[in-house]
Design a protein around this ligand. Structure first.
Ligand code: BGC
Length: 568
């Protein structure tokens, strides 16, 4: 059921990408039918991010007041009306208005759809689902390019086609329930139970459903007791997260991605692709690279860490944007080839890193108390800077030339490298509670590191570890704890630790390796020798919980034991 929920949300991402990308192919036909100035063109293209900015502003309020589900239904109606209007225009200002409406829908959906998923998803799969959203965006862009190519001159049909996925979003949301969390917040506890049971595909009487509901109830009670304000984002605890959230989206947009996405055929024309068809084909190539490299990014993100991946992306983007700039600044024919290769490398660097990472990190870094507001601020930055870059692109090209503009984008990516090292924390393999504890400790945010040194797990074990059932993981951890010097203080907290251990990919891989080695499922016996090389990972994990997270111990109602003879 949760996959159905994710699929519906992915439609919202797809619509975002589709409406972003469709203008690229329609522009040259619009130019021949309407009298369009550079400013008209900028406004018409930038209407989507501008509308999204407004959408993001009202989305949080609407979602709280009317519910996530109703707000998403309203967004899908806006999507449908916007698509119909764009296909029926008789003057260019009408297209700007229709695209403003589409942007409004996108801005609402881009905030509420992830919120809807996160309030429905089990914690352990939340991060993965955020990346699926970015993948859907890139699929939508690719879909738009293909539609552009397949439909040729029929620009009205192109715009109209956007109504189809919007209809699917409408039907899907109609079939789904409101989130259990919103229902509880609005005193509808019985409906919340029904909704949660349906998502988990279990009967409402099930113990685990009842327990999860109780957890949501108490989390909500804790939140309501101190409602967050915008000014809380500037508190010493939240500010470093705000800087990273907004900074990453600022740099993502200043890297010039949407100038390339919106104006790709124009860029290719400058680079020497003569016919319109070759320009569109080259543009489709860009869309394919964007999708494929996003998938690669999803596979890498938890393995090599956020900071390394981000720095690699910014370095790659700086170099490739430099190649494009050189190609555009000089006349030599062979340099056009350099520019084209540069464009492909740039998209690859973006898609693998600069594209998904800001979305993933904005959902990780904010303390629980201000998470919603922090995400609003970050998405607002995304749309605001998106609008500025797209709106200024045609005018900047006529002033500075393509080479000058891409040089500016390259410099922004160079700043991105510095920003990554100076400000961005490493959040892979770190629980949300540990991130929050680090922020509260007042230490520099960029010094946050996973408790366990990332090691390359054996790919077969990674696959298998996903199949390690929770009960087996719990039993294994209990057995492994018996060999730990921290067993006395940690054993009473076993249930909580087991949850964290199960959510931590590396620990799960380690447990699974031991599980196989000890034939634990059949024998139920574990000796010290069975722990093998995994002893280190498990020990580091337990040590981390014991020493560096006093907040963890106190949060579960236990102080650090004073008289523990094991480490007195
Ligand atoms: C960005 C969009 C961009 C898209 C391209 C997203 O992460 O926020 O502005 O158009 O990636 O794939």
């Amino acid at each position: 059921m949760i996959y159905f929920v994710a699929a519906v949300a992915a439609i919202a991402g797809m619509l975002f990408g589709f409406d972003e990308g469709i203008i690229a192919g329609a522009l040259h036909m619009l130019r021949s039918q309407f009298d369009i100035t550079a400013w008209d063109e900028g406004l018409m293209t930038a209407a989507v991010p501008l509308g999204a900015l407004l959408g993001a502003l009202i989305a949080g309020y609407a979602a709280d007041r009317y519910g996530r589900r109703k707000t998403l239904i309203a967004a899908s109606v806006l999507f449908i009306v916007g698509a119909l209007a764009a296909s029926a225009i008789t003057a260019i200002w009408m297209l700007s208005a229709a695209r403003l409406m589409l942007g409004l829908a996108i801005g609402i959906a881009a905030l509420v759809a992830p919120l809807y998923i996160s309030e429905n998803a089990p914690a352990s799969r939340r991060g993965m689902l955020i990346s699926v959203y970015q993948l859907a965006v890139t699929l939508g862009i690719l879909g738009a390019y293909i539609v552009n190519f397949a439909l040729g001159e029929a620009w009205r049909t192109m715009f109209l086609l956007g109504a189809l996925p919007a209809l699917a979003l409408l039907v899907g949301m109609w079939a789904l329930d409101e989130t259990p969390r919103w229902l509880i917040a609005n005193g509808q506890n019985q409906q919340a139970l029904t909704a949660l049971a349906r998502i988990r595909a279990e009967p409402p009487e099930s113990v685990s459903v009842k327990k999860e509901l109780a957890d949501i109830e108490s989390a909500y009670a804790a939140q309501r007791s101190h409602a967050a304000r915008w000014s809380d984002l500037l508190s010493p605890v939240a500010k470093p997260a705000l800087i990273v959230g907004i900074g990453l989206f600022l740099l993502q947009q200043l890297s010039g991605i949407n100038a390339v996405i919106y104006f790709a055929p124009t860029v290719f024309q400058e680079a020497g692709f003569d016919t319109h068809n070759t320009q569109i084909l080259a543009t489709i190539g860009i869309g394919v690279v964007n999708v494929a490299m996003t998938v690669v990014g999803m596979l890498l993100i938890d393995r090599i860490g956020r900071r390394r991946l981000l720095a690699l992306g910014f370095i790659g983007a700086t170099l490739s944007l430099g190649m494009i700039a050189v190609g555009a600044l000089t006349e030599a024919q062979w340099l056009d080839i350099v520019a084209t290769i540069g464009l492909a490398l740039y998209i690859a660097s973006f898609a693998v890193s600069i594209g998904p990472l800001p979305w993933v990190m904005m959902a990780e870094i904010f303390p629980l108390q201000v998470r919603g507001l922090g995400m609003s601020a970050a998405t607002l930055a995304n749309w605001g800077f998106n609008f500025l870059v797209v709106f200024s692109f045609p005018a900047m090209v006529s002033g500075l030339g393509l080479g000058g503009v891409f040089t500016i984008y390259a410099l922004a990516c160079l700043i991105g490298v510095v920003f990554t090292f100076r400000c961005v924390p490493e959040t892979s393999g770190v629980t949300l509670e540990q991130i929050e504890a680090h922020l509260k400790s007042g230490r520099p945010f960029n010094q946050l590191r996973p408790a366990i040194a990332p090691e390359r797990p054996d790919p077969a074990a990674v696959q298998d570890s996903l199949a390690l059932p929770r009960e087996d993981a719990d039993a294994m951890l209990a057995a492994a704890l018996a060999f730990s010097p921290y067993r006395q203080s940690l054993t009473p907290l076993l249930e909580r630790i087991a949850q964290i251990a199960y959510d931590n990919h590396q620990v799960r891989v380690a447990l699974h390796a031991v599980w196989l080695r000890a034939d634990f499922a059949n024998t139920g016996v574990l000796r010290r020798a069975h722990l093998g090389p995994q002893a280190r990972t498990l020990n580091l994990f337990l040590e981390h919980i014991h020493y560096s997270s006093p907040t963890f111990l106190s949060s579960v109602g236990e102080g650090r034991p004073d008289g523990d003879p094991e480490h007195a």
